[in-house]
Ligand binder design. Structure first.
Ligand SMILES: CC1CCN(C(=N)N)CC1
Ligand SMILES: CC1CCN(C(=N)N)CC1
Length: 350
């Protein structure tokens, strides 16, 4: 089995939506594929009308193949403070022809206001590890965990793009979607995420970092600088987070290259003049180097005046690890591989 479906960005690439067919006859909903969570939940006939503003709704009673999971409930909250909850059915779920008959479909009986106002988002399809699925009393499996053994290969891939549709594929690696070689790195899934360590990063094309080699005559009193060209970054590959949330030291190093940049309390992060030229941000996985163009990091205007713009790189403070969200992933072709025992992430240029 294999599947292929478009990942279409909303304005400013804030999120990517992908059509998913649920039930018999098919009910098509556009879902946010989220490798940072593990619940497949949908706006439904059980969502109060006051909380629905244009979203498509899954109606299990209109599907001949739906079955209620008796006594099961779910309740999830996300990093941005949004939340949703409800009960659970199983039904046929089809993503670009990859199909699983008994997928847990979590129907919303409540969604928070940010989901109500997110009018094109009909729900989420979680692609993190099933260990963080929120269904009780019996935890349910993600779509990928369910179909993995039926897939030609135990992989799904993300080819997200800036301001144009990309692709989520299941069960195969489309060699036409990348250049060079795919470099793989081991995943630590113990927290339920696709957590990896990037071997290094660098800011801009300038040698902005004090490379330790250049100061080999350094007086012994000089601290040996953390040479970013070989400083690792540990974080999660997260298709459901818009920005790249990185350590404060990296943010400081990056925005020190942008003369108008400031860390604004009111804006909630680093902002700069919208006409600023931003440096590229590069990260490496093994022998593969991914460059995020500076333009991608000029994320969006703060307000309608269009004077100040919000950065695509922001602090990961108080999360405990970095989040390589869409800003980082859309510069690469990314392979999420899990044979059930040793998950890996692959990165290639494109
Ligand atoms: C650690 C957090 C990352 C953002 N999240 C997400 N994509 N669902 C929530 C978990
Ligand atoms: C993982 C994210 C999906 C989109 N969200 C939202 N519309 N409020 C937040 C969480």
């Amino acid at each position: 089995d294999t599947g292929s479906a478009a990942a279409t960005p909303e304005q400013y690439d804030i999120q990517y939506l992908t059509p998913v067919s649920l039930g018999t006859p098919p009910q098509i909903l556009n879902l946010d594929f989220d490798s940072g969570s593990s619940d497949l939940w949908v706006f439904s006939s059980e969502t109060p009308a006051s909380q629905v503003k244009g979203q498509a709704q899954y109606n299990p009673s209109k599907s001949s193949t739906s079955k209620e999971v008796s006594g099961a409930t779910w309740d999830i909250s996300y990093g941005d403070g949004s939340s949703s909850s409800g009960n659970v059915y199983t039904d046929v779920v089809n993503v670009g022809n990859a199909t699983f008959a008994g997928q847990a479909v979590e129907t919303a009986q409540q969604v928070s206001s940010s989901f109500t106002s997110d009018t094109n988002n009909d729900g989420l399809l979680g692609l993190a590890f099933s260990t963080i699925n929120t269904v009780q009393p019996e935890q349910q499996k993600t779509f990928f965990d369910n179909i993995r053994d039926d897939l030609d290969s135990p992989v799904w891939t993300a080819d997200l793009k800036h301001n144009e549709p990309g692709t989520y594929n299941f069960g195969f690696i489309d060699d036409s979607l990348y250049t060079g070689k795919i470099a793989y790195t081991d995943v630590d899934s113990s927290d339920g995420f696709w957590m990896i360590t990037l071997d290094s990063y660098s800011v801009g094309s300038s040698t902005s970092n004090l490379s330790s080699r250049a100061f080999h005559h350094r007086p012994s009193t000089f601290p040996s600088p953390s040479d970013s060209a070989s400083t690792p970054l540990t974080g999660i590959a997260d298709t459901g987070t818009t920005l790249a949330l990185l350590p404060d030291s990296v943010c400081t190093e990056y925005y020190s290259q942008v003369s108008s940049a400031a860390n604004s309390q009111t804006a909630g992060g680093y902002v700069f003049d919208c006409d600023a030229t931003l440096p590229d941000f590069t990260y490496t996985v093994g022998s593969t180097t991914i460059t995020i163009p500076g333009e991608y990091i000029n994320y969006a205007p703060v307000d309608t005046t269009g004077e100040q713009c919000f950065g695509g790189i922001q602090s990961d403070a108080d999360i405990g690890f970095s989040i390589f969200g869409d800003i980082a992933l859309k510069a690469a072709f990314v392979v999420f591989e899990d044979d059930g025992s040793s998950p890996r992430l692959g990165f290639a240029q494109k």
